[in-house]
Design a protein around this ligand. Sequence first.
Ligand code: XMP
Length: 522
Amino acid sequence: MTQHDRLLIIDFGSQVTQLIARRLRELNVYCEIHPYQKVTDTFLEEFAPKAIIFSGGPDSVMREGSPRPPKRAYEMGVPILGICYGQQVMMHDLGGKVEAGEHATAEFGRAWVTPADGPRPDFLAGWFMDGSGREQVWMSHGDHVSEIAPGFQVLGTSPGAPFAITADLERRFYAVQFHPEVHHTPHGKTLYENFIRDAGFTGDWTMASYRDEAIRLIREQVGDKKVICGLSGGVDSSVAAVLIHEAIGDQLTCVFVDHGLLRLNEAEEVVTMFRDHYNIPLIHADESELFLGELDGVSDPEEKRKTIGRLFIDVFQKYASEIEGAEFLAQGTLYPDVIESVSFSGGPSVTIKSHHNVGGLPEKMGLKLVEPLRELFKDEVRALGHELGLPASFIGRHPFPGPGLAIRCPGEITREKLEILRKADAVYIDQIRKHGLYDEIWQAFVAILPVRTVGVMGDGRTYDYACALRAVTSVDGMTADYYPFSHDFLGETATRIINEVRGINRVTYDVTSKPPGTIEWE
Ligand code: XMP
């Protein structure tokens, strides 16, 4: 068990509970999320939290059998923060009233909270400071509190939630109707900061501690069994592999499937780094013939993705079955992969693109999953990679999609086009690095277009491919803006590509943001 101060998040099923953990990690607070069903009196005693947070959730406290924390939570003498459903639960349990959405003003999305009259407690430190006298918050509730519990007072209200912020200052119980953990509550983090300060946390939790804890958990989960890890060469699977290797050494074998759709020199770089530098047992599965053969004549984006996904599973399975006694499959799944793969509304979500990397592999192979990065966001994975001593140049690499260059080659994929694309991409990235722009950009790449255009070079006519340059800024890949390169940069890059890459005679720049565009072209 760790010696850090511990905060317990009781999860009532909100889609954004992990974001609470994220905000707390940013404040160097150690926390664990546990589903409400698991949190019993005994659990609470053993966990010994220094503070507790009740998450939001989709249920209604008026429904019989709806989720509750154990009564003991209120009796431990530790501060509690209730969020959304967590607020309603707290009010309901402590003698207040909650009303159903039909009689209330349901609120979804942006709302504005104003402070109640009277002295402002420390919980509101840093709020309502910008002259407007109000704070933007993000609401998502049908039911609302209609009467606060005895001992509580109102600290803030919004048009649809007269009890937007409430507190029992004596017992240090705080409850808010909105979600302070999401970006749309711009100063939400301040409330967490105030809450944990009140609870006496010293902020002693760091990425180094995360690493130690993750290693402990991996050892506990895996025991003396063997683990297989699919290595893509991307940051996520690489960090997962190095972390797991630190935890269990040669019980780990990595399988690197080379589908022939990687960038220039990428396969060699990955193999050298992991096999030679890290000494991690690595199978280099060069299956480019198979993949490119099956993709021959395929031009539909979803068919490409599905073909690659299917072959990937087959190939992976073939190599993995050679590793005797493997019981676990490691994946570099990140938190956004987890939230993106469930629908926010609880209803069926629309498939924009089939991602092949969080597929049905484990079930098919009868393997259990090890996902040590499941709670982390991209920037946290990078920080962890840094902690593990991965080279900075590697950690800072732009994301690269599982289907690789296949989805940057609209229309039919040919070896000739892939060769041209690799060279053009290398020149483009070189340009970006030379101009010191690489780290400002979330992702940059070239797409080779399925059209040839006429040009003139020297005294001759050319009839070659056109390509599009793409560069975007983004926080998480879910939304993105195109990068505003200077015209000088674009002009110089176009000239270099046309001069250095045979097969391209025209360069365009893609100025579409996401939405409406996606980052990749397919
Ligand atoms: P889109 O194109 O959907 O991409 O805006 C968002 C981010 O996800 C990456 N991407 C993928 N990553 N497997 C992956 O591992 C995939 O199938 C896949 N498709 C898109 C994309 O590069 C961008 O960073």
